[in-house]
Design a protein around this ligand. Structure first.
Ligand code: DLL
Length: 433
C-alpha cells in the first residue's frame, strides 16, 4: 500500500509527541502575540506562553468555539496581516453569518499535503482521473480535493456538484477512476447510472472519497454494492482546514488523523474534562502548524472515539472512529450545515408569523429534503388566500437567501403545531443513514 509521507505518517509515538510539543509551543506564541482574543483569554486563565512547555500542557489552555469565531467575525481571529492571506473560505454559521477561515500560502501547502495523504491512502495516484463533484466555492470540499489531486499528480476533473447527467457522461467519456462527493450524492449517482442505460463495465470507477456529512456502515455497503467501488470515509471541517483532517485507508478501520498538523483530544461535552484514549466523547482540535487562523482547542461538536493502535496499513497516526453524532443541534443537509436557530431568526423578523415551527428533514431518492411548517399569526390568518400565498413566497425567499438551501414552506393555522412541555422540539429528522 502506497504511503504519501512515510516519515511522518509512520513515525513512532515519541517522535510524534516531540514534534507536537515543539509545534504547540510555536502556535501558542503565535496566537499570544498576534491575536488579542487569545492573549486576553490566556491572561484571564493566568497563562503565558512560558506555561506551555509540551503537548502534555495542552489541557491548561481554554477552549475555542464556533461562537468565538462569530463574535470575531469576519477576520478577528486571524493571526497574520491580511496581506499574508491568499484565500478565504466560509461555512454557515448559527444566524446566517458564515464562519470565515483564512489561509496563508503555507496553509494552502499544508492543506494540499494532507489532502495528498488522504487521496494516497484511498489508493489514488498519478494515473488516476479524479472527478471532484464536491461544490467549488466558499465550501472547502471542491478546492480541497482539487489541490490534493493535483499534488499527487492525478488528473483532476473540477466538475463541482450537481448536473447528474453530465457527471455520468464525463465519468464515462473521461474514464474517471476516483469519485469525490458526499455519500448521499454517491448513492443518488449510483441509481442515476443504473437508469441511464450506461453499463457498469464501461465505467472505470474504482474508489470513492466520501464525506462532509455522516454516513453509516449500511450506507457504505449500499454504495459499494451499487457502484462496485471501494467507499472511503474522509472527514474535515472548514475551521480546522477543510477536508484532509482525517481519512480512512484501504483497510477501512478508522480515519487516520493528520496529527502532526491537527492535535486531537476527546472531551466530555458536559464536564469539558479530557477523556482517556478509547473513550467516546466530543472531538477537539488544536491546529499546530496553521498560520492564518490557528485554533486552540476548537470544539468540533462531533462525537467519536480515538485509538492509538498502529493500523494494518503501517500508519501510526491516531485514528478516529467514523463519526455519527453531534453534541449540538446542527443538521447537515445536502452537505450544507444548518442550525435551527438560523431559521428561527428569519421567522422572528416577520410579524405575520409566530415562531412556532417544525423543520422536517427527509431523504427521498437519496436526496435530502427540507420542509418548514410554521404557524401564521391569528390576525393575518383571516386574510385572503392570495395574501397568504405571497406571505409564503416571501418567507421562502428570505429563508433561502439566509440558509443557502432550498426549502418547502407550508403555512399552518395558529395553534396547530404540537406544544411541548419541556424543550420545544423543532426538528424531525426522518433520514435513515
Ligand atoms: O464538510 C469539509 C469536508 C469537505 C469534509 C469534503 C469532507 C469532505 P464543513 O462544511 O465545515 O466542512 O462541515 C464540517 O461536517 O464538523 C462534521 O459534523 C461533518 N462532517 C464532515 N465530514 C464528515 C464525515 C466540511 N466524514 C462538519 N463524517 C463536521 C461525518 C462529517 N461527518
Amino acid at each position: 500500500m502506497e504511503i504519501w509521507n512515510r516519515p511522518f505518517e509512520c513515525m513512532d509515538r515519541n517522535g510524534i509527541r516531540h514534534i507536537q510539543s515543539e509545534r504547540l509551543r510555536e502556535t501558542v506564541e503565535r496566537v499570544y502575540f498576534n491575536v488579542p482574543y487569545y492573549r486576553d483569554k490566556m491572561q484571564k486563565a493566568g497563562l503565558g506562553p512560558e506555561n506551555i512547555k509540551s503537548i502534555d500542557d495542552i489541557a491548561k489552555l481554554p477552549f475555542t468555539t464556533k461562537q468565538d469565531l462569530r463574535d470575531n467575525y469576519p477576520f478577528g481571529l486571524f493571526a497574520v496581516p491580511m496581506s499574508e492571506i491568499v484565500r478565504v473560505h466560509a461555512s454557515s454559521g448559527t444566524t446566517g453569518k458564515p464562519t470565515v477561515v483564512g489561509y496563508t500560502r503555507n496553509d494552502i501547502s499544508t492543506w494540499s499535503e494532507v489532502m495528498a495523504r488522504t487521496l494516497t491512502s484511498a489508493g489514488a495516484n498519478r494515473n488516476d482521473f479524479i472527478q471532484v463533484a464536491y461544490g467549488y466555492g466558499l465550501f472547502t470540499g471542491g478546492l480541497g480535493l482539487h489541490y490534493g489531486g493535483e499534488k499527487i499528480g492525478a488528473s483532476v476533473i473540477p466538475i463541482s456538484g450537481g448536473n447528474t447527467m453530465r457527471q455520468i457522461q464525463l465519468m464515462h467519456d473521461f474514464g474517471s477512476t476516483v469519485l469525490a462527493c458526499t455519500p448521499s450524492y454517491a448513492l443518488f449517482l449510483a441509481e442515476a447510472i443504473q437508469e441511464s442505460g450506461i453499463k457498469r463495465e464501461d465505467l472505470k470507477l474504482r474508489v470513492g472519497v466520501f464525506g462532509a456529512e455522516p454516513w453509516t456502515e449500511n450506507m457504505r455497503r449500499e454504495i459499494e454494492d451499487k457502484l462496485r467501488i471501494k467507499a472511503i470515509d474522509i472527514y474535515g471541517l472548514s475551521e480546522v482546514i477543510g477536508p484532509g483532517v482525517a481519512s480512512e485507508c484501504l483497510v477501512q478501520e478508522g480515519l487516520h488523523i493528520a496529527e502532526d498538523h491537527f492535535y486531537p483530544e476527546i472531551i466530555d461535552p458536559e464536564t469539558l474534562q479530557v477523556l482517556p484514549s478509547g473513550s467516546a466523547g466530543e472531538l477537539v482540535f488544536t491546529t499546530i502548524t496553521k498560520e492564518g487562523l490557528p485554533l486552540i482547542r476548537y470544539r468540533t461538536r462531533d462525537l467519536t472515539r480515538l485509538t492509538h493502535e498502529t493500523c494494518k496499513c503501517g500508519r501510526t497516526m491516531v485514528r478516529m472512529e467514523k463519526c455519527l453524532g453531534r453534541s449540538d443541534d446542527m443538521l447537515i443537509i445536502r452537505g450544507v450545515n444548518l442550525f435551527p436557530s438560523q431559521v428561527e431568526s428569519v421567522l422572528l423578523e416577520m410579524s405575520e408569523i409566530k415562531p412556532h415551527y417544525l423543520l422536517i428533514v427527509d431523504r427521498i431518492n437519496n436526496l435530502d429534503t427540507l420542509e418548514l411548517k410554521v404557524e401564521v399569526d391569528e390576525a393575518f390568518f383571516q386574510d385572503k388566500i392570495s395574501q397568504l400565498e405571497s406571505l409564503r413566497h416571501k418567507l421562502q425567499t428570505n429563508l433561502e437567501n439566509s440558509i443557502g438551501l432550498g426549502i418547502k414552506v407550508t403555512l399552518v393555522e395558529p395553534k396547530v403545531l404540537e406544544r411541548s412541555e419541556g424543550k420545544a422540539k423543532h426538528v424531525i429528522d426522518k433520514r435513515k443513514y
